[in-house]
Design a protein around this ligand. Structure first.
Ligand code: TRP
Length: 501
């Protein structure tokens, strides 16, 4: 067994299951339960779902494996990892951008998690159970999010919880929590899906989520799907590098990345199936935006026996899902400070928890009355939407793209394949993964980023050009994807024995 470039003396996960649960804990969070449904609602439902699935398979999964490789090989935080694997080059900057993205993401993430925490606490008093109809529930959320004391207060409470757990370290804090609570969330979500599907009028929601309307596709949809795929899998900023750095050389990186991605995707689709039937049953608009989760599910609860109890339990579990994700964002920053700046874990967590809390205040105030935050810099977007858009739709895809280039070209996929073979000696999918990381994934990401950038321009000429280019490239991509799947299938069935070392 090869020794890692990092030297091998880093703290490790307690068990293989512990890693998978912690990484799934990082991946499964508000991205699945809150942002996936609302983004799908804003971007055409099923068409978005398909693009998102394509992004998960062609970009998300290979990049997740790549990040785990970088992490386990270097046993470092993202900055240290890039620096160690390519010393004396500017590659460490990619890790630095990742750490910065972690700051931004956690700052607004914590605001949404704060809403969930608030809903949990208010549901204990049965407040939502007393609201009769969709308008009342909708107005309740709008007033809740616009209340600066509640928004900032719950945001603070959530950050404090994250800091407390991160201080306890990898095994005792992060791993212990994730292992128990993720399975419960899964069961509860199944219950909600069943109730949602049996509401009168719910089939419109199922159709919305599963019957694609291709006319809804445009540059923004592509961008939103890729951003969502990166966000929900926690890739593109080094969270998986950091978690991979605590993995043992006996762990099978391919299985781990597959398990995490499959679980994460299932939970997102289930959240969609819990929410859209309710949207249609109670007559809300699917394009409601960030409040969608909070406006729909309480009405599903209200139509269940013992709904108030289920509501509290559900919001409690979503808080937990958000915590296991929040701490992974926090852990990136903390690991950086501990490894590179020699700070103690406790000090790093407290200081940066505080900084992130302050950074999140503008997002917390974005649903309020002040135009400074609701129409940030005259962009027509709230500060919150703006921070989400910049970090998820630009920073994460760029991070993922550079991560592919780094391993596929700068370090070389041979070194990476050797790393995977510790723990998975066969690694039969190596050529498929190498092809994705060197060619297909970066190509697709670069393309979507290009459309995203073009989409930010208003001019008619730019838009026409972009639409023309897109219509051709999309056809090309479909051909590429079909060839890729055929080629991979052929290889897996007929070709693998011959190339095995
Ligand atoms: N994946 C988490 C979610 O879906 C959020 C998250 C945690 C994240 N760590 C991350 C997003 C790192 C991007 C990068 O809720």
């Amino acid at each position: 067994m090869a020794i890692s470039a990092g030297g091998g003396d880093r703290e490790k996960w307690g068990s293989r299951l512990g890693f998978v649960m912690a990484a799934a804990g990082s991946a499964v969070g508000l991205g699945n339960i809150w942002s996936f449904p609302y983004k799908a609602g804003e971007n055409g439902g099923a068409a978005f779902l398909l693009l998102y699935l394509a992004c998960v398979i062609l970009v998300g999964l290979p990049v997740m494996l790549t990040e785990l490789i970088i992490g386990r090989r270097s046993e470092k935080n993202p900055v240290g990892a890039y620096a160690l694997l390519k010393p004396g080059t500017p590659w460490f900057l990619v890790g630095g951008v990742g750490v910065a993205a972690g700051f931004i993401i956690l700052s607004y993430y914590s605001v949404v998690a704060g809403w969930v925490l608030g809903y949990f606490i208010e549901s204990l008093g049965g407040t939502m159970a007393r609201l009769e109809n969709a308008e009342a529930l909708s107005a309740y959320f709008d007033a809740f999010a616009a209340n600066p004391w509640k928004a900032v207060g719950y945001h603070f409470a959530f950050m404090a919880l994250c800091v407390l757990i991160v201080i306890q370290g990898v095994k005792g804090g992060i791993e212990r929590w994730s292992k128990i609570l993720m399975p419960v969330l899964f069961l509860l979500l199944i219950t909600l899906v069943l109730r949602g599907l049996t509401l009168p009028g719910s089939m419109g929601g199922v159709r919305f989520l599963f019957a694609p309307d291709w006319s809804k596709l445009n540059a923004e949809t592509f961008m939103a799907a890729l951003g969502q795929a990166c966000f929900t899998l926690s890739i593109g900023m080094g969270a998986m590098i950091t978690y991979g750095s605590y993995m043992s050389r006996r762990d099978n990186l391919t299985t781990a990345s597959l398990q995490v991605s499959v679980m994460d995707t299932m939970i997102a689709v289930m959240a969609g199936m819990a929410i859209f039937p309710a949207v249609f049953a109670i007559g809300l608009q699917p394009g409601e935006g960030p409040g969608l989760l909070f406006k729909t599910l309480p009405s599903v609860f209200n139509q269940m026996p013992g709904g108030a109890v289920f509501a509290s339990l559900f919001f409690f579990l979503v808080v937990i899902a958000a915590i296991t994700s929040g701490i992974s964002l926090m852990e990136v920053v903390t690991a950086y400070m501990v490894d590179e700046r020699g700070m103690s874990r406790r000090k790093a967590a407290v200081i940066f928890g505080g900084v992130i809390f302050v950074l999140g205040i503008p997002s917390a105030l974005s649903s309020g009355a002040s135009p400074f935050f609701t129409d940030f810099l005259g962009s027509g977007q709230s500060f919150f939407d703006w921070a989400f858009h910049i970090s998820a739709d630009y920073m994460l895809p760029v991070g993922a793209l550079l991560c592919c280039v780094f391993i596929g070209w700068a370090v070389g996929s041979r070194t990476a394949v050797a790393e995977v073979r510790d723990g998975n000696p066969a690694f039969t999918t190596a050529p498929i993964w190498s092809f994705l990381v060197r060619w297909l994934s970066p190509f697709l990401v670069a393309q979507i980023l290009l459309f995203g950038v073009l989409g930010e321009f208003e001019g008619q000429a730019v838009q026409d050009f972009s639409r023309l280019l897109m219509s051709w490239l999309v056809k090309f991509d479909v051909v590429l994807a079909v060839l890729f799947f055929l080629g991979s299938g052929w290889y897996l069935i007929f070709g693998r024995g011959r190339t095995r070392a």
